[in-house]
Design a protein around this ligand. Structure first.
Ligand code: PEP
Length: 251
């Protein structure tokens, strides 16, 4: 039985003041004990969030890490070891905004994935197709290739200590959501791809759906067999909405 998870990606949003407000709202949430909840603030605010959420059972993660695991000469980057030292337990790797706007390729994503695990962080591997790729019928091929980028360089066993987020690019920040059936098809294909190499790993890995998840759409998405929760962007900036999504994962 996989434990559901809801993760909030705050992207490049926030100021010290707005982060303090959001922490206040998050602290007031009544959370279901059976759901793992995590937030991913911008790096600058990670310490503020970790201190602000002390005693609340919410994990804190980063939105990115460097390709090198340990501190060194890599201007502007943050090492997984530094994130671990700051109190993070998770890190997003391969978010589509980074793949598309910053040219992050599968090779870099695999190195970040490995760096995260080598420092004891759980990587959340983001995969997903663009609108054009979906229209061309290439969704499963694209997502499969992104997953293979990690499997081929690190082996399927690494997914015993990782999370996958299927996030169709066309649904991110657009208000469009994959239907539960569309999302389930991709989640099942991802699990089958892993199962072809290791059935236990495939059975255990959590696959989150991301792409304009709201409280109104969450319950139906999370009811699908292979959808183990959500990676939530915009809606995670509103504590009440985020709380409602977390509750939907517990039902
Ligand atoms: C995301 O950025 O990971 C995301 C899913 O964003 P949104 O929920 O805003 O579409």
């Amino acid at each position: 039985m996989r434990r559901p998870m809801v993760a909030g990606n705050w992207k490049m949003h926030g100021t010290r003041a707005s982060v303090a407000e959001l922490i206040k709202g998050l602290r007031q949430l009544a959370l279901a004990p059976g759901v793992d909840v995590a937030v991913f603030p911008p790096c600058l605010y990670i310490s503020q969030v970790i201190e602000g959420l002390a005693g609340k059972s919410m994990a804190v993660g980063a939105q990115n890490c460097a390709i090198e695991p340990f501190q060194g000469a890599l201007t502007g980057e943050i090492a997984a070891s530094q994130l671990q030292d700051a109190g993070c337990s998770l890190v997003l790797v391969g978010h589509s905004e980074r793949r598309m706007l910053l040219g992050e390729n599968d090779g870099a994503v695999a190195r970040k994935f490995a760096a995260a695990q080598s420092c004891g962080l759980t990587p959340v591997l983001c995969v997903g197709e663009t609108q054009a790729q979906r229209e061309a019928g290439k969704t499963l091929e694209v997502v499969g290739r992104q997953l293979d980028g990690v499997i081929e360089s690190l082996g399927v066993g690494v997914f015993a200590r990782a999370i996958i987020a299927y996030e169709p690019v066309w649904a991110i920040g657009t208000g469009l959501t994959a239907s539960p059936a569309e999302a389930q098809t991709v989640h099942a294909a991802v699990r089958a791809q892993l199962a072809a190499e290791n059935a236990d790993v495939a059975r255990g890995v959590r696959i989150l759906y991301g792409g304009s998840v709201k409280a109104a759409s969450a319950a139906e998405l999370f009811s699908m067999q292979d959808i183990d929760g959500g990676l939530v962007g915009g809606a995670s900036l509103n504590a009440d909405e985020f709380g409602a999504i977390c509750r939907a994962a517990g039902n």
